[in-house]
Design a protein around this ligand. Structure first.
Ligand code: SME
Length: 163
């Protein structure tokens, strides 16, 4: 595939994801390296949606450790059950936080980030192996539509995970 994304300008968010997802599949399908794929998925998402920060944390020895991302520097380690990422891992479910001030224990890697989504990466046996974290500096851009499609993207990349 060419190393360019083709997304219709002005399309609604659902259509943007529907256009983006096959391109993400084509981008990662020929590549076995999980780090390379996480790097390109982060870039594809940030380039498409312009979020403040988007990236991966991976489970390493009962902690989440920062993986490939796009955006400003971020916290490198998050404990199980801490912050939005560690809570999503503990509760084994996606979390949408429309206002981070209202999420007790939220970890503010950047004071400019005001809303957040975390979805899980799972290995083939269903174990949580990491998360995708999205942060926005706006209150009105992240919603259930993003959760739904980020979960699909997470499934696509999780399928390439080799422990
Ligand atoms: N806000 C996250 C920490 C990671 S950064 O946002 C990149 C959390 O509360 O888990």
């Amino acid at each position: 595939m060419s190393e360019e994304l083709h997304i219709s300008q002005g399309a609604d968010k659902k259509r943007v994801y529907e256009e983006l997802i096959p391109q993400i599949e084509a981008l990662i399908e020929p590549e076995a390296d999980f780090v390379a794929n996480m790097a390109n998925v982060s870039a594809a998402l940030r380039q498409t949606f312009g979020w403040w920060w988007v990236g991966f944390y991976l489970v390493r020895n009962n902690e989440l450790v920062l993986g490939p991302f796009q955006g400003p520097i971020a916290c490198t380690r998050i404990k199980y059950g801490r912050g939005v990422c560690g809570t999503a891992w503990k509760e084994s479910k996606s979390i949408l936080v429309p206002d981070v001030e209202l999420f007790p224990g939220h970890i503010a890697c950047s004071s400019l980030s005001v809303s957040e989504i975390v979805v899980l990466l799972r290995s083939s046996d269903g174990k949580v192996v990491g998360v995708i974290d999205v942060d926005s500096e706006r209150y009105d851009v992240l919603d259930e539509c993003d959760v739904l499609y980020l979960e699909k993207i997470s499934e696509i990349i999780s399928a390439k995970f080799l422990a």
